[in-house]
Design a protein around this ligand. Structure first.
Ligand code: BG6
Length: 477
């Protein structure tokens, strides 16, 4: 039992992304996207970083997103399971290439628009609010080939057309929006975050910061359009979150931890406060970088800030200046960080830190003074189906229980939180590794890393647990 209930109307639910769930590869006019070119296996990591050799899927490689968990055809069954758990919200993303197959088409693809209409209708039928991410790591590949993706300013105008199309079409159905998933990801995984592909000799950081500026302007234009077309809607930014701790109280470690956090905050500082923070000038100067802006950019950024701060939280990070400590690096969702000796790691080496969740919530709220929306959190683990066909995922329940307790504490600290959508409420494919066996769900999907399996859905032990959390509005965890 917790000592309190969560706020009335708290949006409990789950979160998925188009390319990790849908499948329906190239169906009904969908165009090829960046994520369709990410195979499972040794080549994947290199591609995620922007080293892509072909703009087509290669013979002999297995691309998990092409079928994923076939949400494209099974969404009704899946949504009814979410409804059975009592979901109030489902966060999902729209695939840009279902709506504009090439990204720069003159007319949108009606079949793609209709697909999401059907999903939203199905959700609303069950009183589940759609929370929509407009870009969750998938850029139409034509835009990468023709324009170099987000390194080109042209993408701003194309994204604006895409966003206006979405707002006009779904204005009566979708009241919660987000522009770019984990916008800071493009500084770490440029192909994932922005479809950036590098050539020999490219000044990568320069390209990344310029691409980030283009996304920020595109995001501001989307916020503007959303506020004009759906005045009652809320639109947010989305950060790959997780506070950075100094490894020791040595001032150098404190400074480094602060710098690391600022690197994460930089882009949402712009989205939330409307201007680049002061520290960016020094960073640009010391790294010989320039961000080219056009007249009017600053005004757009200033006038069209987000309504809430969406973020993912998988764990905290740690920073040190000690060369010996720096040898102990952990993977932690892409953001390499020094190993924190006080924390345990998941099977994939991601630090598990429930208290860090409370700290991160407080840190973000103190900084932005805007409502937060926890749009990703969860434990990626290997589940085993017993001979009776059950999945006893007590470790997941334990992880979530501790995290929800800390989120409750953050609310008691005064942090305003709109909702909590845990990552992958049904097992989906992993973004970083492409694996199926890295599972987050309350619902097991019968499929393995090689793509074998019946795709049958099985309720795990955590299914009933989460159902009860929602039914009691977080009072019973
Ligand atoms: C976030 C992404 O970075 O982490 C998701 O927004 C991703 O797309 C999630 O799936 C978990 O990462 P992974 O690699 O375990 O799937």
């Amino acid at each position: 039992m917790t000592k309190y209930r969560f706020p009335e109307g708290f949006l409990w639910g789950g979160a998925i992304a188009a390319h990790q769930a849908e499948g329906g590869y190239l169906e009904n006019g969908k165009g090829l996207t960046t994520v369709d070119l990410m195979p499972i296996g040794p080549k994947r990591w290199n591609i995620l970083l922007g080293n892509l050799s072909s703009f087509k899927p290669e013979e002999g490689e297995f691309y998990p997103s092409h079928e994923a968990i076939d949400f494209y055809h099974r969404y009704k069954e899946d949504i009814s399971l979410f409804a059975e758990m009592g979901f109030k919200a489902l966060r999902l993303s729209i695939s840009w290439a279902r709506i504009f197959p090439n990204g720069d088409d003159k007319q949108p693809n009606e079949a793609g628009l209709q697909f999401y209409d059907d999903i939203f209708d199905e959700l609303l039928k069950h009183d589940i609010q759609p929370v929509v991410t407009m870009a969750h790591f998938d850029v139409p590949i034509h835009l990468v080939e023709k324009y170099g993706s987000w390194k080109n300013r042209k993408l701003i105008e194309l994204f604006e057309t895409y966003s206006i199309t979405l707002f006009n079409r779904y204005k009566d159905k979708v009241k919660y929006w987000m522009t770019f998933n984990e916008i800071n990801m493009l500084l770490h995984m440029p192909f994932v975050g922005a479809g950036l592909v590098f050539q020999e000799g490219d000044n990568k950081i320069q390209i990344q910061y310029q691409a980030a500026h283009h996304q920020l302007v595109a995001s501001a234009l989307a916020v503007k359009a959303c506020h004009e077309i759906i005045p009652e809607a809320k639109i947010g930014c989305m950060l790959a979150g997780g506070a950075t701790y100094p490894y020791t109280c040595h001032p150098d470690d404190i400074q480094k931890a602060m710098d690391k956090d600022r690197e994460s905050f930089l882009l949402i500082d712009v989205q939330s406060r409307g201007e680049y923070p002061g520290f960016v000038n020094r960073f640009l100067k010391e790294n010989n970088l320039t961000i080219e802006m056009e007249v009017g950019d600053k005004e757009l950024l200033k006038n069209h800030t987000v309504d809430y701060i969406g973020f993912s939280y998988y764990g905290s990070r740690a920073a040190s200046t000690d060369p010996e400590i720096l040898k102990q690096i952990t993977s932690g969702n892409v953001f390499a960080s020094v190993e924190n000796p006080y924390l345990e790691n998941s099977e994939w080496g991601w630090p598990i830190d429930a208290k860090g969740f409370r700290i991160t919530c407080n840190q973000l709220y103190d900084r932005y003074q805007k409502p937060l929306f926890v749009v990703e959190n969860g434990l990626g683990a290997m589940d085993i189906v017993t001979s009776e066909g059950k999945v006893q995922d007590d470790y997941r329940i334990d992880y979530l229980k501790k995290h929800l307790t800390e989120m409750g504490e953050a609310i008691q600290d005064g942090v305003e939180i709109l909702g909590y959508t845990s990552w992958g409420p049904i097992d989906i494919i992993s973004n970083t590794t492409g694996e199926m066996k890295k599972r987050y769900g309350y619902i097991y999907v019968d499929k393995d890393n090689a793509g074998n399996g019946t795709l049958k859905r099985i309720k795990k032990k955590s299914f009933d647990w989460y159902k009860n959390v929602i039914a009691t509005n977080g009072e019973v965890l």
